[in-house]
Design a binder for this molecule. Structure first.
Ligand code: BGC
Length: 439
């Protein structure tokens, strides 16, 4: 057997594995006019390619059609978000018609035997909330808890999986530290404050989900958890102490403090002051991992030799990131110590080259499989994204979809990668032949 054939063997996934794709409301629905992103887009000049979310993929009206497509593509699960600003367009005012809309959406998935995974917060806030200071305002935590209760009261009889907040640390940093999401502040102290509020909000929302299900007497036994973006921080030179230490610091500041915070109930500095919250401790039944890429880290980047080393280590790139599947395995395994079931809630690639997307899917699923073989209780994979969509401040030029969207006609066209993914799902495995064909 040649070396190549040895490397490529069939790999099988566990029975009952969840397979699907993910979307978020603002990126696909269209006309989310009551959130802070919409308002910001209207100011002009903020989105790289000068697009605005507008009618997006019009998934709000075309969801039945999209779910037919998902069914044809063999998915058995689907992750999507509920848009808070539709449900509560003005403070304390519930829009029952929009709640009914989401009931139909969830029911449409169930009718097709597709398991819904519902995200409560995916980057967008109602305008009224943003006007009150957004995630810098401690009261936002209570507003989020109240919204959680309303969603669960109204729809909780249908929902088996909840993600409270999508990428809390990234959204806090992007909005208040880095300034690439509205309100575009660049103040690290604000980032720490918002990060802390997201952590507290998660704890309260998690408890609210379970309390409400119980109070309502629903028979669903939902699993709820956080969705954490896990960037792999890789020292540029693993033999240099400063690089290793700097990578560790970045990992602490963006990954560990939040996950450890839920595990222990303690809000570590600089986000908190070490306060311990009982309701936060153990506030999860699952961990959602979003993984895209690594970041090479060194405090010595003004040294041209270090830069050169960094560039020489760089692998294949996508329209947005470097491709680095090895980091995926490492980040997945870093969650093992928490002892909770793990779901890959996002993993995907922005590219116009669909062969590259196929390769990305295969190389990343290989890491998923390796993590399972090494004992991680990893129960599902949701590709980002089902369809091309509004990629936040980068607009529509980024193409993440298994399904291509023609934004003029709204035509949906599954790419070859969608068919490769369908075949993997069908067999619950990747075959040697598939590896050979694409890698
Ligand atoms: C977000 C998505 C986004 C994707 C690709 C994740 O950070 O949850 O909304 O489209 O990454 O950048």
């Amino acid at each position: 057997m040649s070396q190549k054939e040895k490397t490529y063997q069939d790999i099988e996934f566990p029975k009952g594995f969840l397979w699907g794709a993910a979307t978020s409301a603002h990126q696909v629905e269209g006309n989310n006019t009551n959130n802070q992103w919409w308002a910001w887009e209207q100011e002009g000049g903020h989105i790289n390619d000068s697009t605005v979310s507008g009618r997006a993929c019009d998934h709000y009206h075309l969801y039945e059609k999209d779910f037919d497509l998902i069914k044809e593509l063999g998915h058995n699960a689907h992750r999507f978000s509920i848009e808070w600003s539709r449900i509560e367009p003005k403070e304390g005012l519930w829009n029952e018609r929009e709640i009914e809309h989401y009931r139909k959406v969830i029911q449409a998935l169930k009718n097709r035997e597709i398991i819904p995974m519902v995200t409560l917060h995916h980057f967008t806030d109602p305008i009224w909330l943003a006007e009150k200071g957004g995630w810098l305002n401690p009261k936002t935590v209570d507003h989020f808890e109240r919204y959680t209760r309303k969603v669960v009261e109204s729809l909780g009889d249908l929902i088996p999986f909840y993600n409270t907040i999508n990428e809390p640390v990234w959204v806090a940093y992007a909005s208040y530290g880095l300034g690439v999401h509205p309100p575009c502040h660049t103040d690290m102290n604000e980032y720490y404050t918002a990060g802390k509020h997201f952590l507290i909000a998660h704890g309260k929302s998690y408890r609210a989900i379970h309390e409400t299900v119980k109070d309502m007497g629903f028979k669903t036994k939902p699993q709820a958890g956080i969705v954490k973006q896990m960037m792999y921080y890789d020292p540029v030179d693993p033999n240099v102490k400063e690089d290793v230490e700097e990578a560790r610091k970045m990992d602490e500041l963006t990954n560990r403090w939040f996950l450890d915070g839920i595990h222990t109930g303690i809000i570590r500095e600089p986000f908190g002051k070490g306060e311990k919250l009982d309701y936060l401790k153990g506030a999860w039944d699952l961990i959602g991992v979003n993984y895209y890429t690594r970041s090479q880290i060194s405090p010595r980047l003004d040294d041209p030799k270090v830069l050169e080393l960094m560039m020489s280590r760089r692998g294949e790139t996508t329209d947005m990131y470097e491709v680095y599947p090895e980091g995926f395995y490492k980040e997945l395994m870093s969650t093992k110590k928490y002892g909770k079931p793990v779901y890959v809630t996002e993993n995907g690639i922005a590219t116009n080259d669909d062969k590259q997307r196929c390769r990305y899917i295969l190389t990343h699923l290989k890491e998923v499989h390796k993590a399972i073989s090494d004992g991680l209780d990893l129960k599902g994979f949701l590709y980002w994204s089902l369809m091309d969509n509004f990629e936040w401040s980068l607009g529509y030029s980024m193409r993440f979809g298994l399904v291509e969207i023609n934004y003029e006609t709204l035509e949906r066209k599954p790419r070859p990668s969608a068919h490769l993914y369908r075949d993997i799902i069908k067999g619950n495995k990747i075959t040697k032949q598939q590896f050979k064909e694409y890698l």
